[in-house]
Design a protein around this ligand. Structure first.
Ligand code: ADP
Length: 623
């Protein structure tokens, strides 16, 4: 209640603090989300970058593989074409045509060359005479026929005539079609007869390159970096890079590439590193990035280039990686979030637990302090009670003593009589002893002296008893013979009873019966009871007092009964209360002290009227 009141007051005093504390609570969570987002984006970028690198490497590998395959195919095609001029240079028909030049042999050779060109899928096969004039050709009789054309300016003719063989890629001046010219000098016994030319064309190969399911622009460049064979016809005879003006002029003059301007290819360096290039393919609207792979074409001095597009692989890699990164990120950060939330919760629970523990400890401390206080109080009360009890005991002792002294006062006279009697007897016996001595009767005198000794012993016993009764003794409980205690009391009370002519009977059965008590105190009880009985019998002729003791159950029961008037009803009601008395000089303490003493021995005292007063003491037996 106190706390709720305080927090309400708090809210009233500062309305902004609720929002502030919510902000304080939210801040770590928002911070975590911000960090997670940044990390997620970073992770995504990193993963995509890695995946792109991998994809590019894969594309590059595939490019290398494709380039190798294409080089092998290209080389096989060139090798196949190369055998033709070698074989044909030995051919008798070729020799015949060169030797005779008659129409029939020319015709026959034309047919042979045509059949051969068709069978080997060669562009054109033709024969030049020693002056470079075409005398027979596989395309003879067609509109494109080479027959009659002069090829003396062609480097492949000049070099073949000079060196025996030549290879030259060029743009055909008649066919207007590029091809690789493979030439072989035909020698006769008297020297060169002419030159055989095989023009290999690569249209089909270019078509194959174009037709592949995933088109990768492919082209072959020569030692000047001029594109010779290409899947992109528009790129033919363009240079890989800008040519030096002199080189360009020389090439143009040679007409090797016809009128081609020999401009550089439209290739830009790609954004993904040295191996990549960027270009807009002829007929395409947007630029694309490619991984460029090169492979040398053996025996030619050419280089084959494959441009493998990167976009599909990159898109696939990016999508796959992004999904994976997102998944990992979500799972990772989700887990981290869960862990953090759980940690936060645990922290909260721990704090709450600690607060609860503190509260409990405080409560325990408060309760302990209260208990200690209560303990202290209890101890103080106990000490107080002990003091009170001791004071009471002292008081009781003093009361008992007072009561005893009062009794002593009353029995003093009877004691004097008790002592006077033997004293008088001693006197008589002493006088008689003297007389006996005068009469020389020593035996009689001795007998008197013996009697005197016995009488003094009796006086001694009485005075001793009196002293014992009067003495304030320490409480000392032990076995006490019932009969001895009764006799002790009678020593003090005997005279009085005899004086009042009260007859007394004492029956203790068995005579050696013992109780657990203190002899002097028990005697005090008997003296009190006998005193009261004697007083009750005052004025009554032939009074009787009966004392009997015996075992009842495990206890000893002692009855002191008289045949007086008994106890008045009003006394009966308040008998064991102090100061209850019917006597003019009574203290009303005797019975109270008797009850105290008997209780102290673990016993009880009761009273009833039965032909007089009848007091019953019950005490534990001492065995
Ligand atoms: P006190 O003798 O000083 O009066 P007690 O306590 O000894 O005090 O006795 C209380 C009263 O009980 C006596 O005054 C008397 O009236 C009554 N009482 C005691 N013993 C007897 C008895 N044996 N017979 C009749 N009355 C008795």
């Amino acid at each position: 209640m106190f706390f709720r009141f305080r927090s309400a007051g708090h809210a009233l005093a500062a309305p902004g603090t609720g929002r502030a504390s919510r902000w304080t609570r939210l801040r770590p969570a928002l911070g975590f989300i911000a960090v997670a987002l940044v990390a997620l984006v970073g992770l995504d970028r990193l993963a995509v970058y890695g995946a792109e690198r991998l994809a590019l490497a894969r594309v590059h590998g595939e490019g290398v593989f494709a380039a190798d395959l294409r080089v092998a195919a290209l080389r096989a095609e060139i090798e196949k074409q190369r055998t033709l001029p070698v074989v044909l240079a030995q051919d008798p028909d070729v020799h015949a045509a060169l030797d005779h030049g008659d129409a029939a042999s020319i015709q026959a050779l034309d047919n042979k060359l045509r059949a051969l060109a068709t069978a080997t899928r060669t562009g054109v096969i033709y024969l030049l005479d020693p002056h470079g004039l075409c005398i027979s050709a596989s395309n003879a009789g067609t509109p494109m026929s080479f027959v009659g054309s002069d090829y003396s300016f062609r480097p492949y003719f000049v070099r073949a005539m000079a060196e025996g063989a030549a290879e030259h890629f060029a743009f055909g001046t008649v066919s207007l079609h590029p091809g690789l010219y493979l030439t072989r000098r035909v020698d006769g016994p008297d020297g060169p007869l002419g030159v055989l030319v095989v023009k290999a064309e690569f249209d089909e190969m270019e078509n194959d390159w174009r037709r592949l399911p995933l088109p990768a622009p492919t082209f072959v460049t020569d030692n000047h970096s001029i594109v010779l064979i290409t899947s992109e016809p528009a790129w033919r005879f363009r240079a890989l890079g800008p040519l030096a003006p002199a080189e360009k002029a020389a090439l143009r003059n040679s007409l090797q590439f016809g009128e081609a301007p020999l401009d550089p290819l439209p290739l830009q360096p790609g954004p993904e590193g040295a191996d990549t290039v960027r270009t807009t393919l002829p007929g395409a609207r947007t630029a694309q990035t490619f991984v460029e792979t090169e492979a040398a074409v053996p025996t030619t001095g050419w280089t084959l280039h494959v441009l493998s597009p990167t976009a599909p692989a990159l898109a696939l890699a990016a999508t796959a990686t992004r999904s994976l990164a997102l998944l990992l990120g979500v799972v990772g950060f989700g887990t981290a979030g869960l862990v953090l939330t759980r940690r936060h919760q645990l922290k909260g629970e721990k704090a709450r637990g600690a607060a609860a523990r503190r509260e409990l400890e405080e409560r325990v401390a408060t309760r302990t302090a209260e208990l200690q206080d209560a303990n202290e109080q209890l101890r103080a009360e106990m000490a107080e009670r002990r003091r009170a009890r001791i004071a009471l005991e002292v008081l009781q002792d003093e009361l008992a003593q007072a009561s005893k002294l009062a009794v002593l006062g009353q029995i003093a006279a009877s004691i004097a009589h008790e002592v006077n009697q033997p004293l008088a007897a001693i006197r008589v016996f002493a006088d008689n002893a003297g007389t006996f001595l005068d009469q020389h009767q020593p035996d009689a005198a001795r007998a008197n002296l013996t009697t005197i000794a016995a009488l003094t012993e009796r006086i001694g016993t009485i005075t001793q008893e009196l002293r014992a009764f009067a003495r304030k003794r320490a409480r000392d409980v032990g076995p006490v013979e019932v009969e001895a205690a009764i006799n002790g009391a009678l020593l003090l009370m005997g005279y009085r009873l005899r004086q009042q002519d009260i007859s007394l009977s004492v029956k203790v059965n068995p005579p050696e019966l013992q109780v657990r008590a203190d002899r002097a105190r028990l005697e005090q009880v008997f003296v009190n009871l006998l005193q009261n009985a004697a007083e009750a019998l005052t004025g009554q002729p032939h009074g009787n007092i009966h004392i009997s003791a015996g075992r009842v159950g495990g206890d000893v029961r002692i009855v002191v009964a008289d045949d007086g008037a008994g106890l008045p009803a009003e006394v009966m009601e308040a008998l064991f209360l102090p100061f209850t008395t019917t006597k003019p000089n009574g203290l009303g303490l005797g019975l109270v002290i008797c009850q105290d003493i008997i209780r102290e021995f673990g016993g009880a005292i009761t009273v009833e009227n039965d032909h007089g007063a009848r007091f019953t003491l019950t005490l534990p037996e001492a065995r």
